[in-house]
Design a protein around this ligand. Structure first.
Ligand code: ADP
Length: 248
């Protein structure tokens, strides 16, 4: 058994109170073992983003606990949580969120600067080299294609060597070929470096790069595919069709 990189126990997240309140997550228990790639799917409003934010320490559950390795996030002060997010988790979003006035290398170095560290040039260059952009270090985002910008965002997310990488539709803004390049990079990081990836996506092809797919409906886990055997895009698409049929 692999240790869990992230574990959610009986996590609920409610927004607002009383009759007008919304239960975004309803008593969810999920574990993400180290060295695995999990995709989270489900209809719009099913709680995917909320799940990611609670798992990453960006949002606090109303009840339940979230652990990153041996650290219980739900017990940390805001300050400790901010430090933990900076050093132990990485994020990639659909919008690349790069700073336009900074070069690729400066964008990648940013998390280290924010953590008060002087970014070693060789480390930054190596991070960009790993995502295939070793010869683009001095270019600004506007001089790069969408796929290249997302790879810079990936290098930036990985520069602190996070225990878990979270992706919220990381290929949502990319064409299918560049999307597949980014997904292959994520897959390689899991296989070659034993990293843990948790990714929200709508795309069955993106999901087929994962070891496991967790389906959410109405803030609850409605099913899983995969495990050790990776599900094919076709199996995932077929399962999604059954979910879409679930009345809200
Ligand atoms: P998904 O990512 O699957 O589209 P979300 O996690 O964004 O779902 O949302 C789950 C539910 O929680 C939805 O009903 C949504 O309207 C609600 N919700 C999300 N964020 C907020 C918020 N900040 N305030 C109130 N309701 C919210």
């Amino acid at each position: 058994m692999r240790p869990n990189a992230i574990e959610l126990r009986a996590v609920s997240r409610r927004y607002g109170a009383g009759d007008s309140g919304v239960t975004a997550l309803d008593d969810i228990s999920l574990a993400f073992p180290t060295g695995t790639f999990t995709a989270v799917m489900g209809p719009s409003g099913s709680g995917k983003s909320t799940l990611l934010q609670c798992a990453a320490g960006l949002d606090r559950p109303t009840s339940g606990t979230v652990c990153l390795g041996d650290t219980e996030l739900t017990a940390l002060s805001e300050r400790r949580l901010t430090l933990l997010r900076r050093e132990r988790v990485g994020f990639v979003f659909q919008a690349f969120n790069l700073l336009p006035s900074l070069t690729a290398a400066q964008n990648v170095a940013l998390p280290l600067r924010l953590a008060g560290r002087r970014p070693p040039k060789a480390e930054v260059r190596a991070a960009l080299h790993r995502v295939g952009l070793g010869d683009r270090t001095g270019l600004r985002p506007a001089q790069l294609s969408g796929g290249q910008q997302q790879r810079v965002a990936l290098a930036r997310a990985l520069i602190t060597r996070p225990e878990v990488l979270f992706g919220d539709e990381p290929t949502g803004a990319l064409d299918s070929r560049t999307g597949r390049e980014v997904l292959s990079l994520l897959r390689t990081m899991v296989d070659a470096e034993d990293r843990t990836v948790v990714m929200v996506t709508h795309d069955p092809v993106a999901t087929s790069y994962a070891d496991r797919v967790v389906f959410l409906v109405d803030g609850r886990v409605s099913g899983e595919l995969g495990g050790r055997v990776r599900a094919s895009a076709g199996e995932i698409a077929a399962h999604l069709t059954t979910l879409e049929a679930v009345p809200c």
